[in-house]
Design a protein around this ligand. Structure first.
Ligand SMILES: *[C@@H]1O[C@H](CO)[C@@H](O)[C@H](O)[C@H]1NC(C)=O
Ligand SMILES: *[C@@H]1O[C@H](CO)[C@@H](O)[C@H](O)[C@H]1NC(C)=O
Ligand SMILES: *[C@@H]1O[C@H](CO)[C@@H](O)[C@H](O)[C@H]1NC(C)=O
Ligand SMILES: *[C@@H]1O[C@H](CO)[C@@H](O)[C@H](O)[C@H]1NC(C)=O
Ligand SMILES: *[C@@H]1O[C@H](CO)[C@@H](O)[C@H](O)[C@H]1NC(C)=O
Ligand SMILES: *[C@@H]1O[C@H](CO)[C@@H](O)[C@H](O)[C@H]1NC(C)=O
Length: 619
C-alpha cells in the first residue's frame, strides 16, 4: 500500500458519472482531500465502503467549516438551562459521593435507559408524550425541543465530531436533552435504539420501528406515529428516506468495537474503519437519511437521541470492559493533534466542562445507567421478552419483527376495517423478504440556507454509465442440445473476446446487505453536498447490471445560483452497494476526468434547468 495515491479509492470504480459541461470544475477543498488520503493510506480498499468513508469525510468537513454557511439560530436563554442542569448534576454527584458505599447504590436511584422495544406500552406512551410536550413547551424559542435540536449546530459546537470529543460531547448533550424531557415527566429517560436488532432483519426498512406505534413512518414525510407532521421553521416537515444508502450497525460491528482495549482504537482519527464508532454511527444516519442524514438538521428527528443513546450505550459497554481489564476509562482520553479535541479545552457549548469531563465515570455512576439490550439463545424455548422481537433460534439472537407488509388479502382488509386497527401496527412474525431498495423513491428535504423549498433549487443533468461487474450470474443462459448451461449467463462479457476488459474492477468494499436483484435492475445514487450553501440532495437512476454497459440519466437538485452567488457543490455517485463512481465532466464535446466539485454561475443556465422539466428538455 506504499504507493497509494490520494483518491485511489475514488478512481477504482467502474461506474462512471458524467456531469454536464461548462459549469466550472473547481478544486476539492484541501482539507477534504487530506481526509480521503488519510483513509486511503490507512485502509485496505477492498474492505472499506467508499460511500461510507466519503460521507464521513464530507460531513466532517461541512461541520468543521459550518461557520461559513447558514445554520439555525440558537436561543441564548438555553445557557441558563444548561447551567442549572449542570448544577443539579453536581449536587447529585456530591451527595452520592458523601453517602457511604453500602447505601449508595440504592440512594443513587439512577435513571435507567432501556432498549426502545423493551419499554412497556405505558412507558413508551409516557416517553412519546414527554417528547411531544417538549415540542409544545415555550420556555425556549421557538420551543424547547427545537431549541435543543438547534444547539447541535456547527457554528458553536465545532468539536462535536471527527475526534475523541465526539463521545464525550454527545454524552453531555444527551443528558441535557434527558433533563429537559424529565421536566415534562420526571419518570422518563431516553430509550436507546439498538439498531443491531433491526439490522438482523433481511430488510431493516420494514422494521416495526418505522411504524405508527414506534418512531413513525420511514419513507417520505413522517405522516403516522407520535411525531407525525412535526414541523421545524427552517427544516420543514420531518422527513426520512430509509433504504437509499448507508447501513445499520450489526452485532459483529459491536463485537468488533468491544474487542479493542483503548479509546484511541475506536475513535477518529486513530481507529480503523472496522472499529471506528463514529464512522459506523454515520452509516446509521445515512440509512435513515432525510433530516437525520445531515448533521445540522439531524436533531430535528427525535430518533437522533435514541440513535446517540445507543452509541453512548456501546461506549458504556466498552468502558465497563476497560475497567475489568484494569484501564481507567476516565483517564483514557486519546492523544490528539486536533486542538479542538484537546482534553483540557473548554467543551463547546458547555463551558462548565472541559472535553475530558465528558469521559468522567461520574455520569454513569451517579446519574444514569443502561439496561442490557435483549438477548436470547439457540434453546427453542428462549425468547426476547418483548412482543416486538422474535428469537432467531438458528443463531440465538433477537430480531425485530417486520411491520405488516402493504399487501393484504380482502379478508385481512375487511377485518382491519372492522376492528379499525392501524395497519402499520400489526407485527409480522417473520423476517420479511422485500424487493431491496427498488420499491421506494427519494424524498429530498429541499432544505437550503434556512428554508425547505424546492423552488430554491435547480436541476443538473448527470449521466451514469454502469459497467457490468465480474463474477455475477443472472439467470439468462445459453442453451445447447436443449439444456441451459448455468455456468455463465449470456450477457457475461468475459466469454466474448470483443467484450473482455483489461482491468478488473478493483474489488471494492461493499455494504453488508448489498445484493443483486434478479432482474439486473439497480439504483445508482448521486449525492450532492453544498459547499458554499447549506443543503444536501440525492437522486438516483436505474441501470441494467446484466449488460456490459448500461446508461441512465438523472437530474440532481443544486441550490439555484444567483448573479452575486454562484453555487458550489461536491457531487459523488455510488451504487446500491456503496461503491463509488469515477467522475467525468464534458468539455468541448468530450468527457474528461474531473474533480466532481463544481461551480454553477447563473450565466450557465444552458447546463441546468430551473425545473426538472427544463433540465430534462435541455439534455
Ligand atoms: C486486502 O484484503 C484482501 C482480503 O480481505 C486481501 O486479499 C488483499 O491482499 C488485501 N490487500 C492489501 C493491499 O493488503
Ligand atoms: C487487549 O488486552 C488483552 C489483555 O491485556 C490482550 O490479550 C489483547 O491482545 C488486547 N487486544 C488488543 C486488540 O490489543
Ligand atoms: C490537562 O491539565 C492537567 C492539569 O489540570 C494537566 O495535569 C494535564 O497534563 C493536562 N493535559 C494535557 C494533555 O495537556
Ligand atoms: C431450554 O430452556 C428450557 C426452559 O428454560 C429448559 O428447561 C431446558 O433445559 C433448556 N434446554 C437446553 C438444551 O438447555
Ligand atoms: C458451460 O459453459 C462453460 C463456459 O463457457 C464451459 O466451460 C462448460 O464446458 C459448459 N458446460 C457444458 C455442460 O456445456
Ligand atoms: C441571474 O440571476 C439574476 C438575479 O440574481 C436574474 O435576474 C437573471 O435573470 C439570472 N440570469 C440567468 C441567465 O438566469
Amino acid at each position: 500500500m506504499d504507493n497509494v495515491k490520494p483518491l485511489r479509492w475514488l478512481t477504482l470504480s467502474l461506474l462512471l458519472m458524467h456531469v454536464a459541461s461548462n459549469i466550472d470544475n473547481i478544486d476539492i477543498p484541501s482539507r477534504l482531500i487530506e481526509c480521503f488520503s488519510e483513509w486511503a493510506k490507512k485502509e485496505n480498499l477492498t474492505y472499506i465502503v467508499g460511500q461510507s468513508v466519503l460521507h464521513s469525510c464530507v460531513s466532517g468537513y461541512l461541520w468543521e467549516t459550518g461557520m461559513e454557511r447558514w445554520t439555525p439560530d440558537i436561543d441564548p436563554d438555553i445557557s441558563k438551562f444548561i447551567s442549572k442542569d449542570a448544577e443539579e448534576r453536581n449536587n447529585r454527584i456530591r451527595e452520592a459521593e458523601s453517602t457511604d458505599a453500602t447505601t449508595a447504590s440504592s440512594y443513587r436511584n439512577l435513571r435507567v435507559r432501556k432498549e426502545y422495544r423493551m419499554l412497556t406500552d405505558e412507558e413508551r406512551r409516557k416517553y412519546h408524550r414527554a417528547v411531544k410536550a417538549l415540542k409544545k413547551d415555550k420556555r425556549l424559542k421557538p420551543n424547547t425541543f427545537d431549541a435543543i435540536a438547534n444547539y447541535h449546530n456547527a457554528k458553536i459546537q465545532n468539536s462535536a465530531h471527527r475526534g475523541p470529543n465526539f463521545l464525550g460531547w454527545h454524552r453531555i448533550f444527551l443528558m441535557m436533552y434527558e433533563d429537559a424531557l424529565r421536566r415534562m415527566d420526571p419518570d422518563v429517560t431516553i430509550p436507546y435504539w439498538d439498531c443491531t436488532l433491526d439490522e438482523a432483519m433481511d430488510d431493516p426498512s420494514k422494521s416495526m420501528l418505522f411504524s405508527a406505534r414506534f418512531i413513525g413512518t420511514g419513507e417520505g414525510e413522517v405522516n403516522k406515529g407520535p411525531f407525525k407532521d412535526w414541523n421545524h421553521a427552517s427544516f420543514g416537515k420531518l422527513k426520512r428516506d430509509t433504504n437509499n444508502g448507508g447501513q445499520l450497525m450489526s452485532y459483529e460491528d459491536v463485537e468488533n468495537i468491544l474487542s479493542r482495549n483503548y479509546t484511541s482504537e475506536i475513535t477518529t482519527p486513530t481507529a480503523n474503519y472496522k472499529y471506528n464508532l463514529e464512522v459506523l454511527h454515520g452509516n446509521i444516519h445515512s440509512f435513515v437519511s432525510g433530516h437525520l442524514g445531515e448533521l445540522t438538521s439531524a436533531a430535528h428527528d427525535p430518533l437522533f437521541y435514541m440513535l446517540h443513546a445507543f452509541i453512548d450505550y456501546i461506549w458504556w459497554l466498552f468502558r465497563n470492559k476497560q475497567e475489568t481489564n484494569g484501564i481507567d476509562p476516565s483517564e483514557d482520553y486519546p492523544e490528539t493533534s486536533n486542538k479542538n479535541h484537546h482534553p483540557n479545552r473548554t467543551m463547546d457549548g458547555f463551558k462548565m466542562y472541559r472535553n475530558i469531563d465528558g469521559y468522567s465515570d461520574k455520569w454513569t455512576r451517579d446519574i444514569y445507567t443502561y439496561d442490557m439490550s435483549p438477548t436470547c439463545s439457540k434453546n427453542k424455548s428462549s425468547t426476547c421478552n418483548s412482543k416486538w422481537l422474535i428469537c432467531d433460534h438458528y443463531v440465538g439472537r433477537c430480531v425485530t419483527k417486520a411491520r405488516r407488509s402493504n399487501y393484504r388479502s380482502l379478508l385481512q382488509r375487511y377485518s382491519a376495517f372492522m376492528s379499525s386497527t392501524p395497519e402499520t401496527c400489526q407485527p409480522v412474525d417473520t423476517i420479511e423478504y422485500g424487493c431491496f431498495k427498488l420499491d421506494t423513491t427519494i424524498q429530498n428535504t429541499f432544505v437550503v440556507d434556512g428554508s425547505a423549498d424546492s423552488s430554491k433549487w435547480v436541476y443538473l443533468p448527470v449521466k451514469i454509465i454502469n459497467e457490468r461487474k465480474l463474477a455475477e450470474v443472472f439467470r439468462s443462459f445459453g442453451v445447447k442440445n436443449g439444456n441451459a448451461n448455468e455456468t455463465l449467463d449470456i450477457y457475461d462479457s468475459e466469454q466474448y473476446n470483443k467484450l473482455k476488459r483489461s482491468e478488473d474492477d478493483g474489488n471494492m468494499g461493499t455494504y453488508r446487505k448489498c445484493q443483486l436483484s434478479g432482474s439486473g435492475a439497480s439504483k445508482i445514487f448521486v449525492n450532492v453536498y453544498g459547499l458554499n450553501y447549506f443543503g444536501f440532495s440525492v437522486e438516483y437512476t436505474i441501470v441494467d447490471e446484466r449488460v456490459a454497459l448500461s446508461a441512465g440519466y438523472t437530474y440532481v437538485p443544486v441550490r439555484k445560483p444567483t448573479t452575486d452567488k454562484p453555487s458550489e457543490a461536491f457531487i459523488a455517485a455510488c451504487d446500491s452497494c456503496g461503491r463509488l463512481c469515477k467522475p467525468f465532466c464534458r468539455e468541448d464535446g468530450t468527457y474528461k476526468p474531473c474533480t466532481a466539485a463544481i461551480r454553477i454561475g447563473n450565466n450557465s443556465n444552458e447546463q441546468y434547468g430551473n425545473t426538472y422539466a427544463d433540465a430534462f428538455l435541455n439534455t
